[in-house]
Design a protein around this ligand. Structure first.
Ligand code: FES
Ligand SMILES: [Fe+2]
Length: 322
């Protein structure tokens, strides 16, 4: 693996669906080679902290509990607030200055909890856009699925530019394919015909954008108007969690659309699992032999590398961070 990509990229990563964390709940997370804990305080706000307690190292995600808007360690009951500061120790007169957990920058939008990963701790230089329709009466909330995949994130990202895999892997004919990168976004626009597993054809058009290295949103019009989310988050150098979400626009009444969403999701999952089989078993070619009908793989690779470089560092230096 090239040394540059032997790190975790900078940017926003989904670490939970909002529905995974009710008020007063905690959730143990393992991402970027670290252990984290997410909790939702009584005020409804989600926080993400480093999991191992500054005191003697207990895992806050393993038996910690939410008290008010703080999380209490399961070992000696130190309490940390959302900024990571220790705000209460039941048996100490003075709270040590160093009693704090690293707090991760967190956003909750579009029914998702995201953290910003940056090896240098720098502020985000982009945000994930709000989906205006999400949560409205005309759209269903996400139907979700999570996969644990043994691959490097770049394989998933490369799919966006890989025009030539559609017919063979997804039984989809591509009529128009356009690709463009702009700063932290990479966008694919496709018009095509998908052959449905149950027979029939779906003439669709889609616009799919990566916002940063790991958050993909597709807006598709076809049999259904829908949003598809594909968000991946590295666990370590060899594994990642991939979250799939589908939100359908109501077609007819709500009940009818709800009945169809499962079928729709099953189709999507099947398509996804076809990609997954390839990713988990393939080799990464640094210099693939490409032909004229391939998509803009090289352009995408160049775009993706920006997330492995610290913002202050000159690109050529190739500083990757932790
Ligand atoms: S280890 Fe957390 S309070 Fe002691
Ligand atoms: Fe694919």
């Amino acid at each position: 693996m090239s040394s540059l990509l032997n790190a975790y990229p900078r940017g926003w990563f989904v670490v939970a669906f909002s529905s995974d964390l009710a008020v007063g709940q905690t959730r143990s997370l393992q991402y970027f080679g670290e252990k984290l804990v997410a909790y939702r305080g009584e005020d409804g706000v989600v926080h993400v902290l480093d999991a191992y307690c500054a005191h003697m190292g207990a895992d806050l995600g393993s038996g910690g509990r939410v008290v008010g808007n703080t999380i209490e360690c399961p070992f000696h009951a130190w309490r940390y607030c959302g900024t990571g500061e220790c705000v209460a120790i039941p048996y100490a007169k003075k709270i040590p200055e160093k009693a704090r957990q690293r707090a991760w920058r967190t956003r909750e939008i579009n029914g998702l909890v995201l953290v910003h990963h940056d090896p240098a701790g720098s502020a985000p230089d982009f945000e994930i856009p709000v989906i205006a329709e999400y949560g409205s009466n005309e759209w269903l909330p996400w139907t979700t699925k999570m996969y644990r995949v043994k691959t490097h994130p770049r394989e998933i990202v490369e799919n966006l530019a890989d025009r030539a895999h559609f017919p063979r892997v997804h039984a989809t004919e591509i009529e128009d394919f356009a690709f463009e990168v702009q700063g932290h976004t990479a966008t694919q626009r496709v018009k095509g015909r998908a052959i449905l597993p149950g027979g029939g054809v779906d003439n669709f058009s889609s616009t799919t954008t990566y916002h940063g290295p790991a958050y993909l949103l597709m807006r598709m019009s076809g049999i259904f108007d829908n949003y598809m989310l594909v968000a991946h988050t590295p666990i370590n150098q060899g594994e990642l969690d991939l979250r799939l979400g589908v939100s359908l626009k109501l077609a007819g009444d709500r009940k009818k659309t709800e009945a169809l969403v499962e079928l729709y999701m099953n189709n999507l999952k099947a398509g996804f699992e076809d990609d997954l089989r390839i990713w988990e078993n393939k080799l990464y070619r640094e210099t693939p032999v490409l032909c004229d009908g391939d998509g803009p793989i090289t352009q995408l690779r160049r775009w993706y590398r920006q997330f492995y470089v610290a913002p202050e560092a000159p690109r050529a230096a190739g500083a990757g961070g932790s």
